[in-house]
Design a protein around this ligand. Structure first.
Ligand SMILES: [Zn+2]
Length: 247
């Protein structure tokens, strides 16, 4: 399954993921267990697509009171999504699982997967910086469109190219390795790319979350997850979380 198709498939869950509250319709707890066991078997045999389909049913049908079950289902959903290459949705699923069940093992998995921006770690710090800059600019672009989606691959390619050109300027102008995360985020947010006027409305109406001066990167998140704000609700969204519904 390619990523845009996968993300469309996952999109109905997006509303529930931030708080982990799901309205369920399962009548029998044994039905939860049966589905979950089947999903685990699929995962063990590398039938990720089948596992994903069952886990999606698990998290959408399970009553929010079944916390142990729901936390486990979101955790496995994250593993399936990661295997499919959908890093952003995988992270959302793990965060949802952690908010439901604060297991140290899951906390370690989440924290070891994240970089300083709260995005999934890349191979080098330079790639982490580029992904953060890219995600911030794509978000700005998409939030200016009524549909909030790319309409075609060609449109995405054009915007990608434009963002890449601005990124080369940013690298020329700043020694990013000497800046803190907060400073880099400020720089990335301050770069106002002139997107093609035909599809772009100026960004005044779409304020972005920029850490304020004196912002403590280790401040605990207000959602009660126990994770640092920068790695939880204040994290920079992975770009594949922003493409949901495109094309
Ligand atoms: Zn939070």
């Amino acid at each position: 399954m390619d990523i845009p198709v996968l993300l469309r498939f996952f999109s109905p869950l997006r509303r529930e993921l931030p708080c982990g509250v799901v309205i369920g319709t399962f009548k029998d707890v044994r039905e939860h267990e049966r589905l979950l066991r089947k999903a685990v078997r699929h995962l063990a045999r590398h039938r990720t697509r089948e596992a994903l389909s069952l886990l999606k049913r698990c998290v959408t049908l399970c009553p929010s009171g079944e916390k142990a079950f729901l936390g486990r289902a979101f955790h496995l959903l994250g593993i399936s999504l990661r295997r499919m290459g959908a890093c952003g949705p995988a992270l959302r699923a793990w965060l949802a699982a952690y908010r439901i069940r604060k297991e140290p093992r899951l906390r370690r998995r989440i924290l070891s997967s994240l970089n300083e921006y709260g995005m999934l770690k890349q191979h080098t710090p330079e790639q982490d910086d580029w992904k953060a800059f890219y995600a911030i600019q794509v978000r700005r672009y998409l939030s200016s469109k009524r549909s909030a989606h790319f309409s075609s691959r060609a449109e995405k390619d054009m915007i990608d190219q434009l963002i890449w050109e601005y990124w080369r300027d940013v690298r020329r102008m700043y020694d990013l390795s000497s800046l803190s995360t907060t400073q880099k985020l400020q720089v990335f947010h301050d770069v106002e790319i002139v997107f093609p006027w035909m599809v772009f409305i100026p960004p005044e109406a779409t304020p972005l979350e920029v850490p304020t001066p004196g912002f403590a990167p280790t401040r605990k998140c207000t959602c009660g997850s126990g994770l640092p704000f920068m790695l939880c609700c204040g994290r920079t969204k992975n770009s594949d979380e922003l493409w949901i519904g495109s094309f």
